[in-house]
Design a protein around this ligand. Sequence first.
Ligand SMILES: C[S@@+](CC[C@H](N)C(=O)[O-])C[C@H]1O[C@@H](n2cnc3c(N)ncnc32)[C@H](O)[C@@H]1O
Length: 282
Amino acid sequence: MSTVQTVTSFYASEGIRARLEKSLEESGLAQAPIEWSKLAMADQFHAGGLEATRAVGAALAPEKGGRVLDVGSGFGGAARFLAATYGCHVAGVDLTPDYVEIASYLSDRTGLAEANSFQIGSALELPHADAQFDGALTQHVGMNIADKQRFYDEVYRVLKPGAKFAVFDVVATSDEPLSYPMPWAARAEDSFIVQPDAIQAALIKAGFVGVVSEDKTGMALEGFAQMARVMQSPGPQSSLNLAALLGGGSRQAFQNLGASLAEGKTRAQLFVAQKPEVADVS
Ligand SMILES: C[S@@+](CC[C@H](N)C(=O)[O-])C[C@H]1O[C@@H](n2cnc3c(N)ncnc32)[C@H](O)[C@@H]1O
């Protein structure tokens, strides 16, 4: 199986659209329009949920009308948050066709279709011309990509000079094996989690400057606790959550990630880097 097939067959989840419709109905959101924040327990497919996306938004601080790229945009939760909060346009690109379809559907239902666009594509071959974007983000995608250098080279290529790039990923703290499934891979063989130095080095090699990195593990653990509280609460909103949407073995994967973060085997790490204002031609 190619890496693309491994990734898309892992994320493509039989019946996901039907589960989404059912959750929206049970939560009283079957009729348009939906307020974007009501989706936050289901459409933020990364540790720390909406709070992590807020941190990414604060790091990028996109200008009203600016163009931001979300690489591996999933269900489009970050795109909706950024468009609604900052008034920017967000273009999402993702390998998994079902996710691109759901992202477009939810942006439509939240009245953000004009501020968001989603297309199928690879982080390793972005379907965009050079120097198009005022900022870029990627959340919990790098663990699916072996060739991080090519990934970051591609993001560098499509950013305008001076634009910022935020990477929010799970990183390993040692070579010690992790328990799988994880939310990004069923097996260790399909996981490309690395230690933070490797991400930092690849960003610098791509040409980014001013790379800073921050440990967001506390925020990630609070996100897991909040998810557990929502799933246990009896209210109608409790059925609209990420585990219900993903179905299958997702609960075990979230448990494994939560345990690895709590034990210090992994960390949730935010990196922010900038394409230089003037390209280095040396
Ligand atoms: C864990 S989900 C995160 C989704 C989203 N970033 C979020 O935080 O809500 C990982 C996403 O990355 C996408 N992905 C994985 N490898 C990719 C690649 N090489 N190019 C584009 N998207 C990719 C998957 O299809 C999936 O939607």
